[in-house]
Design a protein around this ligand. Structure first.
Ligand SMILES: Nc1ncnc2c1ncn2[C@@H]1O[C@H](COP(=O)(O)OP(=O)(O)O)[C@@H](O)[C@H]1O
Ligand SMILES: [Mg+2]
Length: 384
């Protein structure tokens, strides 16, 4: 077991790294963050910010020599970096799991190999692959780059072979999946923590609403029958066991209009849809990341209160920063800002959690705060 006062390393210094850093430091660990950005949200919270690239040999040697264990906040850390560190100290999750989650072709193939359902898809490695894929899929479909996509980026909606060909060119002919667009009843996510010895703790199922490909709101508990919730968490458990996963794993699912559960994708790390755990669960997803990294058993995931999580995007800064007092004056709303210097439309700047005795009250509070924060921008607009 790695105990408090040890140094934990994190690759990537965005908001996920920041919340990991806060959890680890409050438990008495020291944290080193590797991130090239001088204003990295996690760097400013860490004991040490090593400001260097993810392939920088001197920085990696330092992390390897100075940390007791290393984790990541994003799946696009170069494979060689994880392998270099893995040869020297515990890296959790390991490079093999990260390699599956970082590539949609490998990921969806792996999910199918476990006997779990995904939306119908075809791997597109070259232009010639499109013809057969389009012949076998029913349109409309989505062409998604196999790697580096997030928040709906790297995706093109298509309705015909011609559009798919155009889309493939638009995506620089990078390897892709062409995936049937399914009729969604709901989107769901499961967050779990699995220790090196295989002990697993599942958080309650979250119900997610995306707007423009970006997560907007998470409702917990999800408003689905318990049978369905158990089925969804069971599917996530199968994936974690199949990878002999160690760390926090997020699994996104679709519930189709036909009542079928499909796995959309997974993330080998804490997830935006798990931010509710920070205020509403006995153990947060970030504490679980610390625990699983340190060889400790996962903590209890008991839900303390129904909760609604709402993302705060940079759009709200137009033209001036939002009226935080509207949110902070509410006794059961919890604000989390990531300390990013520049707001841009679509950029995740923070989130808030609304807790209440029942989900409907939490929803009402969340919506009231949403309009108060948005109304501000509109009001100023009108006086221009
Ligand atoms: N096959 C699909 N059918 C219907 N909606 C989809 C499909 N794939 C993606 N979406 C929508 O787009 C969102 C983002 O897609 P996703 O594959 O999760 O990419 P990202 O890596 O950007 O999160 C999903 O949460 C969902 O709302
Ligand atoms: Mg997604």
């Amino acid at each position: 077991m790695i105990l408090p006062d040890s140094v934990l390393g994190v690759l990537g210094g965005g908001q996920l790294g920041r919340m990991f850093t806060i959890a680890a430091r409050s438990m008495g660990y020291r944290v080193w963050v590797l991130d090239p950005d001088p204003h990295s949200p996690a760097g400013s919270m860490a004991d040490r910010h090593i400001q260097a690239g993810y392939r920088d040999p001197a920085a990696l040697a330092e992390m390897g020599a100075g940390c007791a264990a290393v984790t990541t906040e994003f799946e696009n850390v170069p494979a060689e970096t994880l392998e270099f560190l893995e040869a020297r100290l515990p890296v959790r999750p390991g490079s093999a799991a990260v390699a599956i989650a970082r590539d949609r072709i490998r990921e969806k193939t792996f999910i199918r190999e476990q006997g779990l359902a995904t939306a119908p898809f075809f791997a597109i490695r070259q232009r010639d692959d499109l013809e057969q894929a389009c012949a076998q899929l029913s349109m409309p479909a989505l062409l998604k780059t196999a790697q580096l996509g997030y928040d709906g980026k790297g995706q093109v909606p298509v309705t015909s072979l011609a559009e798919a060909q155009q889309g493939f060119a638009q995506l620089q002919e990078a390897p892709c999946v062409l995936e049937q667009r399914v009729e969604l009843a709901l989107e769901l996510s499961v967050i779990l923590a699995r220790s090196a010895s295989g002990e697993t703790a599942l958080f309650p199922l979250g119900e997610n609403v995306h707007v423009g490909g970006i997560l907007d709101t998470t409702f917990v508990p999800a408003r689905v029958p318990s049978r369905l919730a158990e089925q969804a968490t069971g599917m996530a458990q199968v994936l974690a066991d199949a990878m002999d996963y160690c760390g926090v794993l997020a699994v996104e699912l679709f519930l189709t209009r036909d009542g079928e559960l499909l796995i959309n994708e997974m993330a080998p790390r804490p997830h935006n849809s798990g931010h509710y755990t920070v205020d509403a669960c006995l153990t947060s997803q970030f504490e679980q990341q610390v625990r699983t990294l340190c060889g400790l058993p996962p903590g209890a995931t008991t839900l303390l209160s129904p909760v609604v999580m709402v993302n705060i995007l940079g759009d709200l800064w137009e033209p001036v920063s939002p009226p935080w007092e509207q949110l902070l004056s509410h006794p059961q709303a919890k604000l989390h800002l990531y300390g990013k210097r520049h707001a841009r439309p679509g950029r995740k700047m923070g989130h808030y959690n609304c807790l209440a005795e029942d989900l409907d009250t939490a929803i009402a509070t969340a919506e009231q705060i949403r309009s108060a924060l948005q109304g501000h921008g509109q009001q100023v607009d009108q006086t221009r």
